[in-house]
Design a binder for this molecule. Structure first.
Ligand code: ADP
Ligand code: MG
Length: 244
């Protein structure tokens, strides 16, 4: 079953300069789709379009059968999408438990007691139980991002979208966040992940999509084939530069 379908999506912020130049992408339930590509190729903009945060110029985005251009209750649709940003975006004046439960109570109309129970279960499962009263400024970057992931995960969204979740972290903290993402990929969830962590991508992806200058230039489920025999010179060059 299709979760997302993007068809010939075009978008320009400045007239005459398209940032998305006819993007096609389908995400099926249960897939772990990893988007790779150089900076500025339109990865983040595409994710923002999928989440209804940008209006596209032409083409179509369908989420679970609903055309986003015609969606009347975008906020309700968005609750089915767990979005994790590069720079965490935690509420600095709320503690960990409040950060995780805030939208669950306000938007999903779940009782505070139940939302707290769900949050505590997640915190315990991922080894963060003792942090529930901490404020974001008392947490390391890796802890902040792990909390942001749990905040996106609560309520069991139909898809988890990660936009370079480890890019703004100190290198010593990348592993703990990738471990958490990897655990989530094992839960048979649908995941769309932008990352430059090539080895991680190779390990968890069920589909690799490569974006370059606003276009999808590769889209394959042959993960080993993609890395062993990159489909274009440009992709081979990109991979050799980001490989560690
Ligand atoms: P990346 O693949 O690194 O995530 P982005 O999707 O962030 O790339 O950006 C793609 C292009 O769109 C870049 O040239 C960027 O400068 C431009 N862009 C992104 N957001 C905006 C915006 N809000 N206004 C104008 N230009 C933007
Ligand atoms: Mg980006």
């Amino acid at each position: 079953m299709q979760i997302f379908e993007a068809k010939d999506v075009r978008l320009s912020f400045v007239r005459g300069h398209e940032v998305l130049r006819g993007v096609n992408l389908t995400v099926l339930r249960g897939e772990v789709v990893v988007i790779l590509g150089p900076s500025g190729s339109g990865k983040s903009v595409l994710l923002r379009c999928l989440n209804g945060l940008e209006c596209i110029d032409s083409g179509k985005i369908v989420f679970e059968g609903v055309d986003l251009n015609q969606a009347r209750r975008m906020a309700a649709l968005r609750r089915k999408i767990g979005f994790v940003f590069q720079d965490f975006n935690l509420f600095s004046h709320l503690n960990v438990l409040q950060n995780i439960t805030f939208a669950r109570v306000l938007l999903d109309r779940i009782s505070p007691a139940q939302a707290q129970e769900e949050a505590r279960e997640l915190l315990a499962r991922f080894g963060l139980a003792e942090k529930e009263r901490a404020r974001p400024n008392q947490l390391s970057g890796g802890q902040k991002q792990r909390i942001a992931i749990l905040r996106a995960l609560i309520g069991n969204p139909d898809i988890m979208i990660f936009d370079e979740p480890t890019s703004s972290l100190d290198p010593t903290m990348v592993r703990e966040v990738l471990n958490l993402v990897e655990e989530i990929t094992r839960e048979k969830r649908t995941i769309l992940l932008v990352t430059h962590e090539i080895r991680f991508a190779r390990k968890v992806a069920t589909r690799i999509v490569f974006m370059d200058q606003g276009r999808v230039t590769a889209n394959t489920t042959d993960i080993e084939g993609f890395f062993n025999h990159p489909p274009t010179e440009g992709i081979a060059s990109f991979l050799s530069h980001v490989h560690r």
